[in-house]
Design a binder for this molecule. Structure first.
Ligand SMILES: *Cc1c(COP(=O)(O)O)cnc(C)c1O
Length: 380
């Protein structure tokens, strides 16, 4: 089966992990600082905080912003459930604002309609790896005194008007290092920010709310520490961070591979009626975490589900990203949500399919995927 996404692990990655396993520090050692510095430098942020996974990173972001019961946070429905779950962890209420029909990115006009006195923040998702409309979103958050959080789990390496995602386009930017993402540490996550006090709050949060970590105490020759807030154990290990450092060195070349694959798909779908890639905005660099097309049944005669089954039966591991978050039973039941809350996301969900997209996808595999799509399209 050709998967839709997959990690690339080279010998130098393996060596980096093994070296740490032979060292004194397995967790919260020098590799954590080094990985944080490397990511902060890469994205152009002052601070980076490494945590156990992207979901913990989102949770830390909501905690740092002080989200609490009674608060509302506006989120995109076209995302993984964790984007909204992090609001619920803090007792807040996620409020879903519909997406733009062409890009499936959160629509700033819909965001503004949802703002009220309870609204505290907006979480924008760079869906598939394409940056949201940050200038417009930032204008909205500044006008209303809100925080802007970028769920950038799809967009490491992307840029908006020449500014790298993870820089101060948003107050906090959240990344994941799950194996399907751009670089992997097995499990891992990071938050980048230019705000020192938010970074400090998240550093304590990932370590039970304790003032100093083990290594800092050692360095000061002291046993003393205090727990000042309620936190969690959301730490990342040193061997994961070593893997992350090694992976990050290859990010640029992997992004180029993703872009080359996208270009071949784009050329293909320019000639196939009824199977449309998502629209590309001007002035952005797309990181292509996903390559998503919409299948228009009225034009192709094929429903997305048919294309999905046909491709899967040929060993092509396509996927659907995503069931709109508000349609999951948890959200429907808890917030009494019915279909129609976000009609554009719901309609798109019926049509979208994610095609194989990862740096290790070979030319032969790509040609096979494209050939099979053409065949299925023409005999229906
Ligand atoms: C992967 C992902 C997450 C969660 O990351 P984990 O590291 O798996 O916890 C959150 N949001 C989006 C948009 C993602 O793609």
């Amino acid at each position: 089966m050709i998967p839709y996404g997959r990690q690339t692990i080279d010998e130098d990655d393996i060596k980096a992990v093994v070296d740490v396993l032979r060292s004194d520090w397995l967790t919260t050692g020098p590799k954590v600082d080094e990985f944080e510095q490397a990511v902060a430098n890469y994205v152009g942020a002052k601070y980076a905080v490494a945590v156990a996974n992207g979901t913990a990173a989102l949770h830390a972001a909501m905690y740092a912003l002080g989200i609490k019961p009674g608060d509302e946070v506006i989120v995109s429905p076209m995302t993984f459930a964790a984007t909204a779950n992090c609001v619920v962890y803090q007792g807040g209420t996620p409020v879903f604002a519909d997406v733009d029909p062409d890009t499936l990115l959160i629509d700033p006009k819909k965001v503004e309609e949802k703002i009220n006195l309870k609204t505290k923040a907006i979480i924008a998702v760079d869906y598939a790896g394409q940056p949201c409309d940050y200038d417009t979103l930032k204008n909205i958050t500044e006008k209303h005194g809100l925080f802007l959080v970028a769920d950038a789990c799809h967009s490491l390496g992307a840029s908006y008007k020449g500014r790298t995602i993870g820089s101060n386009l948003a107050d906090l930017s959240v990344f994941s290092f799950h194996p399907v993402k751009h670089i992997t540490t097995g499990e891992g996550g990071m938050i980048t920010t230019d705000n020192e006090s938010l970074a400090e709050r998240m550093r304590k949060f990932r370590n039970h709310g304790i003032t100093m970590d083990h290594r800092q105490r050692d360095a000061q020759g002291s046993w003393f520490y205090e727990m000042v807030n309620l936190g969690y154990n959301y730490r990342m290990t040193d061997f994961q961070c070593a893997l992350g450092i090694s992976q990050l060195r290859k990010l640029m070349s992997w992004l180029e591979k993703r872009q080359n694959i996208a270009q071949k798909y784009d050329e293909t779908f320019a000639e196939i009626k009824g199977i449309e890639p998502l629209a590309l905005k001007a002035n952005i660099r797309h990181a292509y975490h996903l390559y998503v097309v919409r299948v228009d049944k009225s034009n192709t005669g094929i429903h997305r589900d048919v294309l999905f089954r046909e491709l899967r039966s040929r060993g092509i591991g396509v996927n659907v990203h995503y069931i709109p978050v508000h349609m999951h039973p948890f959200y429907r039941n808890r917030y009494r949500i019915v279909a129609g809350l976000c009609p554009i996301a719901e309609k798109a969900y019926d049509q979208i399919i994610s095609l194989p997209m990862f740096p290790g996808l070979s030319d032969e595999q790509l040609a096979f995927v494209i050939g099979e799509i053409k065949r299925i399209r023409s005999y229906k």
